[in-house]
Design a protein. Sequence first.
Length: 318
Amino acid sequence: MRIVIALGGNALLRRGERPSAEVQRRNLHPAMSVLAGLAASHEIVLTHGNGPQVGLLAQQAESGSDTPLPLDVLGALTQGMIGYLIEDELRDHLEGAGEGAKEVATLLTQVVVDASDPAFANPSKPIGPVWTETVARRIAAERGWPVAPDGGYWRRVVPSPEPRRILEIGAVRLLLEAGVVVICAGGGGVPVVEDPTGGWRGVEAVVDKDLSAALLADQLDADSLLLLTDVDAVYRDWQTEHAQPILFATADEMRDHSFAAGSMGPKVEAACRFVSGVRRDGRMPPRVARIGALADASHLVAGDAGTTIIGSPASGVD
């Protein structure tokens, strides 16, 4: 199968951990052991978040330079940094499993967004470290950053426009056809808009990585989209005494429920978008999306774990 896998931020950094290269490598080691098994049997495209990393780089740039780099450039930097760490760990596991012939490559990826997207006027995407409300408001006043609650803490928020198109999709296809495991669209991809000359320019934003993963899977006509996180399934009535896992549902059924915008909401929406699309090649079986724990990745592919989401009858997907 052709599978697009979106790694949650917890694969690299857990809340409260120091964002050092050593810590991220240590967290990636078991994750890549799991994914190497899938890469040996399937066409794999990996994408990942970059919220903690891009926020940290932005904070460092603001505090140590008279000319801080814009978010699009910082996003490109995190794609290279995180892609390198994932690639290095994954290649080691593939070679250790006797799969040394499988190549791995990281591709710097740009994602087209609409310059008139209302998200630019309503920053909502949390990035960077967590603060208490007092610290967050002080930093906001000092640096002119919008901040907002994120769980029990506060973080900087930035615009998160809708991803419309992936510029390097042709290159991703070529790499897949050559048998390469591709790491791309990291952090949702570098957001770009069309300029008056017909070229592209980066913008100050961070695209949601789950929505970019759905777009990537759609444009590649993938068989499956795996959204890996730190919980074993999507739950209705999450964090209440009535919480129950949703094991199987259609896109319409999932959209009848409400999920937190800052955590499970984008994953559910990404899954619903992907399965609601129509396969271009007419192959069977139809598209399927699964959400669950990173440690259960192989069981998710088999449909034995997590939440499975399929297309609704109205979408033409059975």
